[in-house]
Design a protein around this ligand. Structure first.
Ligand code: FRU
Length: 330
């Protein structure tokens, strides 16, 4: 039979510097271990749309069979992604979108739904009345735009719930530590902060603590990563009231990419669902994610064992062949 075709997948990542992106890459690497014929390369745009454009151009020059891209900002990254698509190279958008319909498939959460869920959760937490502050992700990135839109939509149903203040961020905690204190001092009656990810939410908590507002202000984040510093732990520790699960989609992105490359049927929109993680379910979820992690380790151990056995088997066969050849030759 024909040997499997070799494919080259380029992954243009808006940033690779946080735990969520690391978890995404770990998911991809795990899934890629099932496809040894794939050559996978990641380029880290380090939050620069200009660098991302340049890196995608490099991918085009080097030659790729498929592009996976998380767009740093929608507008500036759109033309180059459209160019890749128009050259007939399949494009999988992962998590952060462009403004264009010209892509082969999308994998990721529905960020408008994330915002809506946060809004409705905030309403129930505050008994449908109070003042809210929103810490947004980086302006121009699709999750920040969509989370905000969904949040405002949901709040519109509660006339006594006011979105009193907003703080922009660059998705990272230091920007909150820098910008939030002045805004909170100006609005000390804030009841709840919705932060667009758990890193920002932790920053918001630290600022509230500094200002002596930590017992008053309820904080809701997004991501819900497992692990010692993840959002699940922050909820368990009572630092966050809740976090909205936002799956990285690493495994799914590779699976969809392989279907496209192998000309198998695939869905254009692959939406990963969200859920509220709060004190009512955090323990169950924590136990589940820990169990999943340990099962994952078991699978990897078994894979290694299998490979070792295969190697032994191959060398035993070689010995058999040599013996047989010697006997026949005799
Ligand atoms: C990680 C991250 C997440 C956030 C996502 C949005 O880089 O900032 O915290 O949910 O990107 O794209």
């Amino acid at each position: 039979s024909a040997p499997p075709r070799h494919y080259r997948i380029g992954f243009s990542q808006c940033t690779n510097g946080d735990a969520w992106r690391q978890a995404m890459l770990a998911g991809m690497t795990k899934e890629l271990s099932f496809y040894p014929e794939v050559n996978f390369e990641i380029k880290d745009a380090k939050y620069s749309s200009a660098l991302q454009e340049q890196q995608i151009k490099e991918f085009l020059k080097e030659g790729i069979d498929l592009l996976i891209v998380s767009a740093n900002e929608t507008e500036p990254v759109t033309p180059i992604v459209e160019e890749v698509y128009n050259r007939g190279i399949p494009v999988v958008i992962l998590d952060r979108r462009t403004t264009s319909k010209l892509y082969t498939a999308y994998v990721g959460g529905n960020n408008e739904e994330v915002g809506q869920t946060a809004g409705n959760y905030a309403a129930s937490l505050l008994g449908q009345k109070g003042e809210i502050l929103e810490v947004l992700g980086a302006p121009g990135s699709s999750p920040a735009i969509d989370r905000h839109r969904g949040f405002v939509q949901a709040l519109a149903a509660y006339p006594n719930l006011k979105l009193t203040a907003q703080v922009n961020s660059n998705w990272e905690r230091p920007s909150v530590l820098e910008r939030l204190p002045a805004v909170l001092r100006a609005h000390p009656t804030i009841d709840l902060i919705f932060a667009h990810n758990d890193r920002l939410a932790l920053g918001a908590y630290q600022v509230c603590k500094q200002l002596g507002l930590d017992h008053r202000v309820k904080i809701v984040g997004v991501d819900g990563l497992p692990g010692a510093h993840g959002g699940i732990q922050l909820v368990q520790d009572g630092i966050l009231k809740a976090t909205l699960l936002y799956s990285t989609g690493g495994e799914e992105a590779i699976r969809v990419a392989m279907k496209i490359l192998r000309k198998q049927p695939y869905d254009k929109e692959n939406t990963l669902s969200t859920m509220v993680i709060d004190s009512t379910n955090v323990l169950t979820i924590k136990l589940q994610t820990e169990k999943l992690a340990s099962q994952q380790q078991d699978i990897q151990r078994q894979q290694r064992l299998l490979q070792a056995q295969l190697a032994t088997y191959t060398s035993q066969q070689t010995v058999l062949y040599i013996l047989a050849a010697a006997l026949l030759g005799a």
